[in-house]
Design a protein around this ligand. Structure first.
Ligand code: HEM
Length: 460
């Protein structure tokens, strides 16, 4: 630090490891929330030599990650993850020309207007999900996962809906996902720490993690190229390329086939939607009155003789508000995905060094009474409706979402319109068809199903 430069406040750490061992591996956002209350909207951590800041208010996160997106939109230098993907997985790759190309191409296939092309797929998935819920309500999480995976494969590769998840391609991709998500947690491998970065130059024979990652990359490339080749063959046979991959292949040169195959791999994020639906189920169990309000709207607009459709969208503001509120109340990524600062910066008098890793504590942001009111910890879709029951997005700087679960700046979720549509139609179907409740035991207690025992410690 130069004279006059002051880092943001934060808990004092230990020599060399800094704050590393003060951060719990489980639910770190809860401790971060306490530190935000103690140190303010921006606090500093030294994680074994890695400068890190945590933004605990919406204002601080929007000021930096959105308003200064030009310098706050890079990703950490994930060493193992980039070996697993050879830097081709643009969701976690550096902000380079390849990322710009991949993001632009996929954005064109998933933006708000184009997302409407996938309505039919989403309605079919909801019908299948409903049928499976009727016959096997216990395993509702499996049905959500099947639906989100099947939808992604339809949208990205033009597949017909899958009735179950026992497909060899799905298990191959799931296996890759597991490795990927371990590598995406900063610090899963010693080589990711500043003082151990030299390990990346060790010869291959000494590093099992490098050999594993490189082998996986080869295997996954074969799978992804196979999926894309299949789309190409169907197009050569006269099929119209309505799928994301088809659109990408139509617009790229032959030599970019490898790039198009990896660009399409954004399919892997699809499971996020099913995680969000799990939280929705929990909200319905805990807030039966709110569930009834939504059902009244469905009774009024849709009635008992037909299923909801996307044509009802504008007439179902309460269901739209429920989608927003589910993502605000319990967003599936309480710390989002980390961003990296690409040049020295100052904020509120504090110095933020180049290469600082930035987390937005989405958990704290969404429970902030100054933004969401005194009932911030409660599930209340009404907060997104005006006095006439019309949808209003009064939360500034959220691109009309009303929450920040889709992230920030240049890295904001590229598929948020598709994801919002999926959540809308699934929720409308579920509440149209079912009353969602938990078993009540002999003492009158509501017992959440095991699969929904939430880890955050609900305080309702
Ligand atoms: C409810 C569902 C979803 C949630 C909550 C969600 C959330 C997020 C978040 C937090 C990010 C990182 C934003 C940031 O760095 O600030 C992200 C990025 C991304 N999401 Fe989603 N997502 C969802 C669904 C999907 C789906 C269905 C897909 C694809 C089919 C998808 C594809 C991506 C991709 C490719 C990125 C990387 C963007 C980039 O780095 O430029 N997401 N998402």
């Amino acid at each position: 630090l130069q004279l006059g430069q002051k880092l943001p406040p934060g808990p004092s750490g230990f020599p060399i490891v800094g704050n590393l061992f003060q951060i719990p591996t489980s639910q770190p956002w809860l401790v971060f929330d306490q530190w935000t209350k103690q140190y303010g909207p921006i606090f500093y951590l030294n994680i074994a030599g890695q400068d890190t800041i945590v933004l605990g208010t919406h204002k601080a996160a929007a000021d930096l990650l959105d308003r200064r997106a030009n310098i706050y939109s890079d990703r950490p230098d994930y060493i193992v993850l980039n070996m697993l993907t050879s830097g081709m997985h643009w969701g976690f790759s550096r902000l380079d020309d390849l990322w710009k190309r991949q993001r632009r191409r996929v954005h064109e296939t998933l933006r708000a207007q184009t997302a409407k092309e996938y309505f039919a797929y989403q309605e079919i998935e909801s019908v299948i999900m409903l049928d499976q819920m009727l016959t096997d309500p216990e395993n509702f999480l499996d049905h959500f996962q099947r639906a989100s995976t099947s939808l992604a494969l339809s949208i990205v590769y033009g597949w017909s809906p899958l009735l179950n998840s026992d497909h060899p391609i799905i298990s191959k991709i799931d296996q890759f996902n597991r490795q990927f998500f371990v590598a995406a947690v900063p610090g899963s491998f010693w080589v990711e720490f500043k003082y151990f970065k030299w390990m990346r130059y060790l010869p291959r024979w000494m590093c099992a993690w490098r050999r594993d990652a490189e082998e996986t990359f080869k295997r996954v490339t074969i799978t992804l190229e196979g999926l894309s080749m299949d789309v190409q063959k169907r197009m050569d046979g006269g099929d119209d390329p309505t799928s994301v991959c088809g659109k990408l292949l139509r617009n790229v040169q032959k030599e970019d086939f490898f790039e198009a195959a990896w660009t399409s791999a954004s399919y892997r994020f699809a499971r996020q939607t099913s995680g969000q639906l799990a939280w929705f189920m929990q909200a319905m169990i805990l807030y039966p009155e709110t569930q009834r309000l939504a059902q009244e709207e469905l009774d009024r607009v849709v009635g008992p003789y037909r299923l909801p459709t996307f044509d009802d969208f504008d007439h179902l503001p309460f269901i739209q508000a429920m989608v927003k509120e589910t993502m605000r109340w319990r967003g599936i990524g309480p710390l989002g995905v980390p961003h990296r600062l690409t040049q020295d910066d100052y904020y509120e008098g504090y110095f933020l060094p180049k290469d600082t890793i930035c987390y937005a504590n989405v958990w704290s942001i969404h429970l902030d009474k100054n933004v969401y009111g005194d009932d911030a910890k409660h599930f209340n879709p009404g907060r997104f409706l005006d006095d006439n029951g019309k949808l209003e997005s009064s939360i500034a700087d959220t691109r009309d979402e009303g929450h920040v679960t889709y992230g920030f700046g240049k890295r904001i979720c590229v598929a948020r319109h598709v994801a919002n549509n999926s959540l809308f139609i699934h929720i409308a179907f579920l509440l149209w068809a079912f009353n969602i409740s938990a078993e009540i035991d002999a003492d009158g207690n509501r017992n959440l199903p095991d699969s929904l025992q939430c880890k955050e410690g609900l305080s309702v």
